[in-house]
Design a protein around this ligand. Structure first.
Ligand code: PRP
Length: 208
């Protein structure tokens, strides 16, 4: 029997995916503390690859992974050619526009400097509002940008709100909610349909 190849990402989502797989009895081969990048579960015929969250879709799109566990933020930002088959209901957070407390620069009629890890999402959002912006692409620690004058606002994810609070920033606008999704390679969906359907049943079962 073929192995089912699943890409899980580093960081918070990876930990949640690991807990989820453990819960339904297929996560014992994964060890997030090791430096290994491939974990093989011979008994259940599953091979996990452990990759950067922004790369999960690349592995799935190219068929190296049949399935991937990834945030909706990454899916929206990258518009990859994969099936989004299941909302795992994990990693719930929201996209927001945030800025320095008590500063009202957002409302002024001028080009808004927006720092973000998600330029496509931010562009689409402000285009819809016909608001002129200058995008500043960052790779992390986005909250720093308004504090040091690199941007007026940020577009970023908020989960607990602790990072905003710690940096004296506030939500200016809530954009939309997101969560963690199971995505599937289009060809795998046809040729490995039965094992993929079984896995989905297993994951759905845990909710009942
Ligand atoms: C994410 C996000 C925020 C933070 C929000 O960053 O970009 O910075 O988490 O979480 P909170 O509301 O629970 O504080 P991440 O931890 O991925 O690190 P990064 O800054 O390196 O992108």
């Amino acid at each position: 029997m073929d192995f089912l190849n699943i890409a899980i990402s580093k960081g918070r989502i990876g930990k949640e995916a690991y807990n989820l797989f453990k819960e339904v009895g297929i996560g014992d081969s994964i060890n997030l503390n090791s430096r290994k990048l491939i974990f093989k579960d011979e008994e259940n015929k599953i091979s996990y690859i452990y990759v950067k969250s922004s790369d999960v879709l690349t592995y799935v799109e190219n068929g190296v992974a049949d399935l991937g566990i990834v945030g909706k933020d990454i899916i929206l930002e990258n518009e990859a050619d994969v099936y989004e088959i299941f909302d795992l209901g994990l990693g719930k957070c929201k996209f927001v526009v945030a800025g320095i407390k008590e500063q009202h620069i957002y409302c002024k009629d001028q080009v808004l400097k927006v720092a973000t890890k998600y330029p496509n999402i931010a562009k689409k959002y402000f285009d819809k509002k016909s608001k002129k912006i200058k995008l500043i692409k960052l790779s992390g620690s986005v909250e720093l940008a308004p504090l040091v004058g690199l941007s007026d606002v940020i577009v970023d994810l908020v989960q607990t709100g602790n990072t905003l609070k710690a940096n004296n920033l506030q939500i200016i606008e809530e954009m939309f909610d997101i969560s963690t999704r199971l995505v599937c390679n289009r060809i795998s969906y046809r040729f490995k349909y039965d094992i993929i359907a079984n896995l989905i049943q297993l994951l759905k079962g845990r909710e009942n």
